[in-house]
Ligand binder design. Sequence first.
Ligand code: ADP
Ligand code: MG
Length: 702
Amino acid sequence: MPQLLDSDIKYLPGVGPKRAELLGKELGIHTFRDLLYTFPFRYIDRSRFYSVREIDSSTAWIQLRGHITRVEKVGEGRAQRLVARFSDGTGSIDLVFFKGLKWMEEKLKAGPEYIVFGKPSVFGQSWNLVHPEVDPATEEKLSQTGVMMGVYSSTEKLRNAGITNKFFEKMVATLLERVIETLEETLPAYIREQKHLAPLDYALQNIHFPTSVQALTRAQRRLKFEELFYLELSLLRQKSIRMRADSGVVFRRIGDYFNKTYEALPFPLTGAQKRVLKEIRADVASGKQMNRLLQGDVGSGKTLVAVLAAMIALDNGYQACVMAPTEVLANQHYHSIQKFLAPSGATIALLTGNTKQKERDVIHRGLLDGSLQIIVGTHALIEDTVQFRNLALAVIDEQHRFGVEQRSRLWSKSAVAPHVLVMTATPIPRTLAMTLYGDLDVSVLDELPPGRKPIETVHWTENRRGDLYNFMRQQIALGRQIFVVYPLIKESEKMDYKNLEEGYLHITEAFPAPKYVTAVVHGKQKAENKAFDMDLFVRGKANILVATSVIEVGVDVPNASVMVIESAERFGLSQLHQLRGRVGRGAEKSYCILMTGYKLSTESRQRIELMCATSDGFELAEADLRMRGPGDFEGTRQSGLAFDLHIADLAKDSPALVEARELGERILAEDPLLKEPKNRLLDAQLRVLRLDTTYKDYSNIS
Ligand code: ADP
Ligand code: MG
């Protein structure tokens, strides 16, 4: 049955088709429900009157009460504006209008008392309120103050079409009036009681029109909790469905492949590597399909863990694959894995977009008849032509570049769903990992192999460029190699390449051939040129590699000991950390030099300072999350968060997230399919919220 809330927004009185279209385009508001769940992003306190004398540079939106002493038009033509002098007895301030002059001129009279509401700004030597709200101080108006006023997101286009904040408030008020009586509660009573949550109608009424600060807090708590709860419930249900599907390949034995590889290792495993291997072994012996996320800071030795897991698959007669996000990475993985497993005699091949057809045919045949045991590659691996004899372990590196859908395509390549090990070097704070990868189990490599020397990180501004080049020359004289990285941000690609090209020119002038060899790598290059230059650097033939952040992930050149990051302020913390992780892999002391201009925003300065102060990836990731919010968190956009959060904030509301998750776990433990009468609403709600769509991914398991 179609619900009232599903009605097209154009049918709301006062909206109509034109505004409806705009609301849809600009804010994604298509239905009554969409509008109902578009909450103010902040609130303005109209609970008191300020005095003009109080205004200073820290004053935000304020409400004043007083009289107009003078109204005059100033300026000519387009620059013409209306200026009204407003006084409240403690001082005077100018109310300034650039539009609707005539109308305002008629409205503003010297004499009567007004309530003025706006945000003070400085113009010339004095304080102004530009386009404030001005209302006669009637009894009615005065009684309406004392509330919190919501501010809704808006855009230029919306404002131009008359959809101001006031208009927005009116739409919401109309809507609430229409639907509030028939609104169906979306959380079962037992949960509301247990968690002391306000009823839905109260919460929605007060999130839009709070009657007090306390009411707003109650409303927020209820709505945030609900949002996080359904998100977690959906993820947990997917996980529980997977755990019930009794479909994992069982790896019973450890044999020669594993043992020979293990015994030939040039170093002992770290404690963390051993622990994670145990976790993986328990998974693959359980009879359930493994879905494990392996998080480890750069250099923590994830590849080796993957290799040993693959050897267990081989020991049990199965095949394994390793999938990387880029050609360069796939190559690198192939070479390092090959080295590790050579003593065992396992067969391995590399398959990427560049693999020649002839070679490709051989690989396809080998995978099909099982003579090829391990395949390393890029997206090329999930093409339909690639079929396995019995793939039982899929290792996916840097998962955030692979969608959930691609994961499932891999699964369809063999009779039984393979075990999946997802590796990521982007440390994700625990609370966020729980949500982003809620259907995965998480292992953490929290220990670096011994003997790594800490990387010295410094922040230099442009005036030290001479010092920088001198330092680089010294390091090159010592036989070291150097990365110089330029930012690459999609929106201004052209400009970025200009940066890189200019930078490359500067470098080749300061480090002229033939004394120095400089390689360059960026996304706009032909694949073979890129491979050639990369290879120069990897083999130690080039002293300097000038690159965009394409080298961010994975690239392993132990002899590179200096990472210079240009315009470092334009990188996020996690990205800076990833880049820094490219050095400090060899025996030599390593350096990371963050170059910036003189002028930095407070936030950029904080980021850079933090980078200099700590090398702990998790600490940086937590800070990143706090500073930028999860929406901007690297990887989250592609990570397949099932829906946008309307109100909850994964960083700030993590206690509620944990609480929501625990509740979800308890409910599913008792009633995994949500079939009990008291839980029917939960099941229905997951469908309304379309949080059940991801089930598709599991359809080919059994
Ligand atoms: P990650 O992929 O986690 O960034 P890698 O797997 O590339 O890290 O490992 C980084 C380097 O450390 C590699 O050269 C690898 O051979 C080496 N390595 C891995 N495990 C150990 C260990 N237990 N002891 C010493 N070196 C190790
Ligand atoms: Mg790696």
